[in-house]
Design a protein around this ligand. Structure first.
Ligand SMILES: [Zn+2]
Ligand SMILES: [Zn+2]
Length: 302
């Protein structure tokens, strides 16, 4: 059987659309889809500097490759940043992979650590916690701030992360199930602001990124984080995958709903933005989430 777009042999069938593609045309289709997402939501403007947050997982490394190829053609610049949480072994392996991949592509790369920014590593922070706050929730709060810091430090206009369609859908359902509708308002693509956060892979299936990484020889860390406690996310991932298996395309239509619901929530609940009285970052309460996490942890220090 030959590819729908050239004379090569078919390697991949995209079930939800029926397209049959060879290896090269599949890779091109991922790049083209990403470019479409970027232009549809006006994610990157001319001459901007994009900080690509690279963890060492398949999504962020694939994003770095795709966006690096795009940068020269579309006149924007990129730099890679990695956050070192201070998880011995796990993060060191990832740092090595990212370092090597960046030098292969010729992309500048900076590393920022929790230790430097918050005066504690993740492991130290987790030792200090008294309540049952999950490690992923503490780490997520700190990582968000660390990435903001890294992006400002290199003078970036935009932060790009490797979140894919599956990640977005899982987060949406988690927010729905936990009653956290305010967070849903922040899920639509960010098109304003001084330091925008973009997810250029937000319309691409995770399974396609796994295949893309595989056929493009992208080295990635497969070992999961030792603190990972995904709880309900794993169940939701399996649920969505089994639905997609029987009804191909449901993930795409759920994504359309996420966009509409997010827009509706956003316009009905515009919170007055203010500045955190401790660190001066923009937030919606008098002390931001990062400062409250950090001061809570430091209060437990003896
Ligand atoms: Zn082809
Ligand atoms: Zn603060």
């Amino acid at each position: 059987m030959t590819c729908d777009r050239c004379e090569n042999i078919v390697a991949y069938t995209r079930r939800y659309s029926g397209e049959k593609l060879c290896l090269q045309c599949f890779s091109k289709s991922i790049a083209r889809k990403t470019a479409k997402t970027i232009s549809r939501y006006n994610m990157i403007k001319r001459n901007e500097l994009v900080a690509v947050a690279v963890s060492g997982g398949k999504d962020s490394l694939a994003l770095l490759k795709v966006i690096d190829e795009m940068a020269s053609v579309h006149s924007f610049r990129i730099k890679a940043v990695t956050i070192d949480e201070g998880i011995p072994g796990y993060r060191d392996e990832a740092l090595g992979i990212v370092e090597e991949f960046c030098s292969k592509l010729g992309v500048e790369h900076g590393v920022y650590s929790y230790k430097d920014l918050f005066e504690m590593t993740l492991d130290e922070a987790l030792d200090l916690r008294e309540n049952k706050t999950s490690s992923c929730s503490i780490c997520g709060t700190l990582r968000r701030r660390a990435i903001d810091h890294a992006a400002r430090d290199i003078g970036a206009d935009v932060i790009a992360t490797g979140h894919n369609l599956d990640d977005v859908l899982q987060t949406f359902l988690i927010n729905m199930l936990s009653g956290d509708t305010a967070k849903i308002g922040w899920m639509s693509p960010d098109t304003t602001g001084t330091l925008r956060r973009i997810k250029p892979f937000c319309e691409i299936y995770e399974s396609e990124l796994v295949y893309y990484a595989f056929i493009n020889d992208i080295p990635f860390q497969s070992e999961p984080c030792p603190h990972m406690n995904e709880g309900i996310r794993t169940e939701i991932r399996e649920f969505l995958n089994s639905l997609e298996g029987r009804h191909s395309g449901v993930k795409n239509s759920l994504y359309q709903s996420v966009l509409r619901v997010s827009q509706a929530v956003k316009s009905s609940s515009i919170k007055q933005k203010t500045r955190c009285k401790r660190c001066g970052n923009e937030c919606t309460s008098s002390v931001c989430s990062v400062c409250s996490v950090i001061s809570g942890l430091k209060g437990n220090q003896t």
